[in-house]
Design a protein around this ligand. Structure first.
Ligand code: GTP
Ligand code: MG
Length: 196
């Protein structure tokens, strides 16, 4: 079932826990490399074209952005990592900012890790994933930009990524912001994670 979106709004950006929203609603966070398609995924899930700002320029989202969905669910767009041209001060602040969020956020139910289906996970992806395991946060893996590959290639890439991540096949969702493939499956996983 795709969640019917009655309302979706941007609430605020934060770097520090003192500026986060209240931790009363179940929260789902989205993380991944710069330019991988995090903001596009959020917009697709929320059926809003421009709610989370997307851009051809990697490193667009450098803060932790909070969104309120249907007055009952919180979405968080985490800043992307791994983009070489981001200023050094920004790069250095990324790790502590995201790690602190993952470590302290009590209402965090699941982190959606977004990976480009065409590429092997990077070292940065793997360190993010190891933080999730370390802080006992449940990850699911969205393999995005599937519209760029044939069906055969999609199957090949799923297998390759699954072996690198050492996860079962049902932890992976093939997705495209262009065709919206995977939208319903991701919603099901979100709803499951907040209703247990
Ligand atoms: P940062 O905020 O900079 O870290 O990037 P992001 O991860 O939020 O990526 P964003 O959603 O801004 O998308 C980056 C680029 O990829 C944009 O040009 C999008 O249009 C494109 N893009 C995102 N998802 C898809 C997809 O599923 N298919 C295709 N073909 N392009 C996509
Ligand atoms: Mg973004």
């Amino acid at each position: 079932m795709v969640m019917k979106i009655i309302s979706a709004e941007f609430i605020k950006s934060a770097t520090d826990p003192s500026h986060y929203t209240e931790d009363t609603l179940p929260e789902i966070a989205f993380a991944g490399r710069s330019n991988v398609g995090k903001s596009s995924l959020i917009n697709t899930l929320l059926a809003r074209k421009k709610l989370a700002r997307t851009s051809n320029t990697p490193g667009r989202t450098q803060l932790i952005n909070f969104f309120l969905v249907n007055d009952g669910l919180s979405f968080v767009d985490l800043p992307g990592y791994g983009y070489a041209k981001v200023p050094l001060v920004v790069k250095k602040s990324w790790g502590p900012m995201v790690e602190k969020y993952l470590k302290t956020r009590n209402n965090l139910h699941m982190v959606i890790v977004i990976l480009d289906i065409r590429r092997d996970p990077t070292k940065d992806d793997l360190s993010l994933i190891s933080w999730l395991y370390a802080y006992d946060v449940k990850p699911i893996f969205v393999l995005t930009k599937s519209d760029k590959l044939s069906k055969n290639k999609v199957a090949m890439r799923r297998r390759a990524i699954r072996e690198i991540l050492e996860v079962s096949d049902d932890a992976l969702v093939t997705f495209s912001a262009k065709t919206r493939e995977g939208r319903e499956k991701i919603w099901n996983m979100i709803v499951d994670s907040i209703t247990v």
